[in-house]
Design a protein around this ligand. Structure first.
Ligand SMILES: CC(C)(COP(=O)(O)OP(=O)(O)OC[C@H]1O[C@@H](n2cnc3c(N)ncnc32)[C@H](O)[C@@H]1OP(=O)(O)O)[C@@H](O)C(=O)NCCC(=O)NCCS
Length: 180
């Protein structure tokens, strides 16, 4: 396991992924309890995960592993996919280890990534998509200052039904107000 720290928080830190994270990522992305909240529908083998990890970080994509500080355990991952022309990025996050959810780690990881995106990368806006049935994620994003910018009815097929999806955005100036 890597000891690298890229973004340091109080209870968690974020580090770049290594090849030996492939099996844990596979566990999370294949887990029905995680999969139902994200866009992934297809199985991820170890081979696919390893190939993804090899090429995942670039100037267009920042992908980080969320680790609990006290155990150094990888508990989730998150990414921002950057559009440099518009200085905007699409964010995604999972706390893949279910027993590590609801401990404030998701919120802390979001704060670290948002600070990095605005203060270090000089991005102007972060956007994300969330299913309307994902009340926890919606509540977390609203608390951080994200505003609902769009609503897509019966947009995405999940668990046998077309689900509504909300598109949210956070501008840099709104983040500065929130984090003051
Ligand atoms: C959504 C997710 C990232 C949140 O991370 P988390 O570590 O579980 O959440 P936190 O403990 O940091 O809680 C953050 C906020 O969520 C809200 N929240 C937590 N549990 C909740 C619940 N059961 N119902 C509604 N809101 C809830 C609260 O507003 C909380 O803020 P507070 O502690 O200041 O009251 C995580 O649960 C997860 O990965 N879920 C599965 C995958 C997923 O949904 N990814 C996002 C796709 S858009």
């Amino acid at each position: 396991m890597s000891d690298t720290v890229f973004l340091n928080g109080k209870n968690i830190y974020l580090r770049p992924p290594e090849l030996n994270d492939a099996s844990i990522f596979g566990k999370w992305f294949n887990d029905p309890e995680i999969r139902k909240y994200i866009s992934n529908r297809f199985p991820y083998s170890l081979f696919i995960e390893e190939e993804l990890i090899k090429n995942i970080n670039s100037e267009k994509n920042v992908f980080l592993v969320i680790c609990e500080k006290k155990s150094k355990k990888a508990i989730g991952n998150m990414s921002i996919n950057i559009n440099w022309v518009n200085r905007r990025a699409m964010l995604g996050i999972i706390i893949g280890e279910i027993e590590f959810q609801n401990k404030g780690y998701g919120k802390e990881a979001m704060v670290l990534m948002l600070d990095y995106a605005f203060s270090e990368l000089n991005l102007h806006k972060i956007v994300l998509e969330v299913y309307d049935f994902n009340k926890k994620a919606l509540s977390l994003y609203k608390k951080l200052g994200f505003k609902r910018e769009g609503h897509f009815k019966k947009h995405s097929f999940k668990e046998g039904k077309y689900m509504d999806l909300t598109y949210m955005g956070l501008l840099e100036k709104e983040w500065q107000k929130y984090s003051e």
